[in-house]
Design a binder for this molecule. Structure first.
Ligand code: PLP
Length: 403
């Protein structure tokens, strides 16, 4: 029996690296000047800001002036989508292409734009969780202002063929954005190699701080501002900079990129062990999304006949943190839009659990998770009407004539 807290929700957020905490603490305490200030404390702060931007650019193979700091991944997504839509509308282009399984930062931005008269095409993924480049090509029209396809899905971890999709967009002269919030720091991301015009990321997904993100904006791509005010971020994103946040995020990314091969191998070992053991030991379980081309730290498994929420609560009693879907969805009992977009029946979507592994997790923890699941799943199923009906172990009380 393990008493320690076991954290398997690293796709929701990650613990902050201790070197990052030390750097941020130092900046908060000592480099409190405003980077716009014309005195030594301001110059020092400006130096911290420039260093952070340089580090981010290097890690992504971008130019320094192509990195814009934002308050989070959601802001970067909103800016890319709404900014590209506005820029397109000025040229009479009011059509946007996205996918049905994007994060809500994209989907809800699209909803707002639809209300403003934009038309949006939502491409469905395959059952395995991939967007087909040919479907993107077919969706693009002469009036398409933007194509946005996420790099890695936050619920099922499938990695999309962004390079191929970006090449299609380039050929057709349409801007391409990718929400790489789940990908940056988890798999190699090189903006030049991908060929995208816009890319969003978020610091807290790769052992950096929360409340800070960035938008890569290829040179030549000019978006209208989302946040107006002062002249920060080269006059494109107002607001006094979150200096400790951007410096912490940049260091976290540098550290993540430096240790990427080992981190990926470690996560993949935990992921594969967990998936294999659950599928082998617990009947009526299924892996959602392809095993191939999947984020090394993501396992999304459905336990038929149970509500994901029930499993989540049981795991919490065992000091294990996991998720029933995306973190942003966890307050709602709606079936995951991601699993629905794969064409899975609702009952498969309702009983899904996401286990996302981080570099701090151990094989012993993964084995403990499987031990606990092997104990709680049969026990809960024995009490679940949904399961017993499925197994024909209870009479169906429904039907005509019921009062
Ligand atoms: N996009 C994806 C794919 C995500 O997984 C998330 C967060 O879960 C976001 C965007 C939003 O990022 P943030 O929490 O920094 O706003």
């Amino acid at each position: 029996m393990m008493n320690e807290l076991i954290y398997f929700d690293n796709a929701a957020t990650t613990p902050c690296n201790s070197q990052v905490v030390a750097l941020m603490t130092d900046i908060l305490a000592n480099t409190y000047g405003n980077p716009s200030g014309h005195y030594s404390l301001g110059y020092e702060a400006k130096e911290v800001l420039d260093t952070a931007r340089g580090r981010m650019a290097k890690a992504l193979n971008a130019e320094t002036n192509e990195i814009y700091f934002t308050s989070c991944g959601s802001e970067a997504d909103n800016w890319a989508v709404k900014g590209a839509a506005m820029a397109g509308a000025r040229k009479g282009k009011k059509h946007l292409v996205t996918t049905a399984f994007e994060h809500h930062a994209i989907l809800n931005s699209m909803k707002v734009l639809e209300k403003q008269g934009f038309e949006v095409t939502y491409i469905l993924p395959t059952e395995e969780g991939f967007i087909r480049p040919e479907d993107v090509a077919a969706a693009i029209r002469p009036d398409t202002a933007l194509v946005t396809v996420m790099m890695a899905n936050n619920e099922i971890g499938t990695i999309q063929p962004i390079h191929e999709i970006a090449a299609i967009c380039k050929e057709k002269g349409v801007w391409m954005h990718t929400d790489a919030v789940q990908a940056v720091g988890a798999i190699p991301v090189d903006v030049k190699q991908l060929g995208v015009d816009l890319l969003s990321l978020s610091g807290h997904k790769f052992n950096g701080p929360k409340g800070v993100g960035a938008l890569y904006c290829r040179r030549g791509v000019v978006l209208p501002n989302l946040i107006d005010g002062g002249g920060q971020e080269n006059r494109h994103r107002a607001g006094t900079e979150n200096l400790a946040g951007v410096a912490g995020m940049a260091l976290a990314l540098e550290l993540a990129v430096a240790s990427l091969p080992e981190k990926m191998a470690h996560q993949q070992e935990l992921r594969d062990y967990t998936i294999r053991r659950i599928l082998d030991a617990i009947p009526e379980t299924r892996l959602n999304g392809s095993w191939e081309n999947r984020l090394p730290g993501n396992a999304n498994i459905s336990f038929l006949g149970l509500e994901g929420e029930t499993i989540l609560l049981d795991l919490d009693m065992h000091n294990i943190c996991a998720s029933t879907g995306s973190a942003c969805n966890s307050d709602s009992l709606d079936t995951s839009h991601v699993l629905m977009s794969l064409g899975l029946p609702e009952e498969v979507g309702h009983c899904s659990m996401r286990f996302s592994f981080g570099k701090q997790n151990t094989m012993e923890q993964a084995a403990h998770l499987c031990d606990v699941l092997e104990e709680i799943i049969p026990m809960r199923r024995a009490m679940s009407c949904m399961w017993l009906q499925k197994e024909n172990k209870v009479r169906d009380f429904g039907g005509e004539g019921e009062a």
